[in-house]
Design a binder for this molecule. Structure first.
Ligand SMILES: NC(=O)c1ccc[n+]([C@@H]2O[C@H](COP(=O)([O-])OP(=O)(O)OC[C@H]3O[C@@H](n4cnc5c(N)ncnc54)[C@H](O)[C@@H]3O)[C@@H](O)[C@H]2O)c1
Length: 313
């Protein structure tokens, strides 16, 4: 029997790659998205888009009743916007997730939801493991952590099966470089292509654990399959376990593009920005058999080539 799957936020960057993968695996895919940061063009042919809001609890319950599992990726993802619109971010990122958990618990189906490395806050000098003390320093990170607590409570009280995935810095095709808060990799690629300088907040020695979006889609599916077979609320890092500074990254992109060196303009550090972010991939490997397979060089090359194709089209 064909598996039927709901992907919230499926018109966005990560959600659309996940939808591609589910369709390729022969699943029927329904996407719930309000297109606030996602785009209709991202929705793959073969998926059904329902344009609506995660805060519409009746719509969410209706959609959940008709599927076998849910991936919940819809969120207000821009940290600076969550700081400006604290209450709205809280409603969408935590309130929307609770509504979705309640609907999934009522139907008795598993949920895999996007948490974030932002729950760890500003840890210096050590890698983040799932049992490290979470200390979010932004409302976005605090609400993502709240989702994990709610998943655990919902497992206790209503038997919800779930997996929360703490994504580190995800990059790849379809990440919108025009957004002022797009991932640093898409922005650096856009700057390289246009031959404009990179803007770096602070000294550029802040580091990140960059993971390719295709690896994330694979990790999401592995987590769903495990959550379907086991009870309770699990949480995993999805990361590579290796870090790069923004200055390293700028160099690597110049090398992939093969056209000289991009100038860097340093400006004041931003409030809420994290200095170092490095994850431990061990638990996801041990329990899900998941390991990132795409090297930074290969991931950047795929991204660069897809951007070149778009520019030529
Ligand atoms: N990209 C990363 O590096 C990263 C890192 C950690 C966690 N995450 C999480 O992964 C998930 C996907 O992020 P992304 O990078 O693909 O971002 P994205 O902005 O491309 O995708 C989010 C999608 O959710 C939709 N959406 C937003 N608010 C909604 C609402 N109220 N109702 C319905 N749909 C709504 C948007 O239109 C968009 O299509 C998010 O939960 C994000 O917090 C992303």
């Amino acid at each position: 029997m064909t598996r039927k799957t709901l992907v919230t936020g499926g018109a966005g960057f990560i959600g659309s790659h996940l939808a591609d993968r589910l369709l390729a695996d022969g699943e029927e895919v329904v996407i719930l998205d309000n297109l606030s940061s996602g785009a209709r063009e991202n929705v793959p042919a073969g998926a059904r888009l329902v344009e609506g809001d995660i805060l519409d609890t009746e719509l969410v319950a209706d959609l959940v009743r008709d599927v076998d599992s849910v991936f919940h990726l819809a969120a207000l993802v821009i940290v600076q916007e969550c700081i400006r619109n604290w209450d709205l971010g809280h409603q969408i990122n935590l309130g929307g997730t609770i509504g979705l958990f309640r609907a999934a618990a009522a139907k008795g189906i598993p949920v895999v939801y996007a948490s974030s490395a932002a729950i760890y806050g500003n840890r210096s000098g050590s890698e983040c493991r799932e049992d490290s003390l979470p200390m979010p320093i932004s409302p976005y990170g605090a609400d993502k952590l709240g989702c994990e607590h709610q998943a655990r409570a919902m497992a206790e009280i209503h038997g919800l099966r779930s997996a929360g995935l703490r994504f580190f810095n995800v990059y790849g095709p379809r990440q919108d470089p025009r957004s002022p808060y797009a991932g640093v990799i898409s922005k650096f690629c856009a700057n390289r292509a246009a031959d404009t300088p990179h803007t770096v907040f602070g000294d550029g020695l802040q580091s990140r654990d960059f993971i390719y979006v295709g690896d994330i889609a694979r990790g999401l599916v592995s987590a769903r399959n495990r959550a379907a077979d086991s009870g309770g609320a699990s949480v995993y890092n999805l990361c590579t376990g290796s870090e790069k500074t923004l200055l390293d990254l700028a160099k690597e992109i110049d090398s992939v593009a093969g056209r000289g060196t991009t100038e860097i303009t340093h400006v004041k550090p931003r409030a809420g920005d994290i200095r170092m972010s490095l994850g431990s991939p061990k638990l996801a490997y041990d329990e899900l058999g998941f390991q990132a397979e795409t090297s930074l060089r290969n991931g950047l090359t795929s991204l660069w080539n897809s951007l070149e194709d778009n520019r030529k089209a």
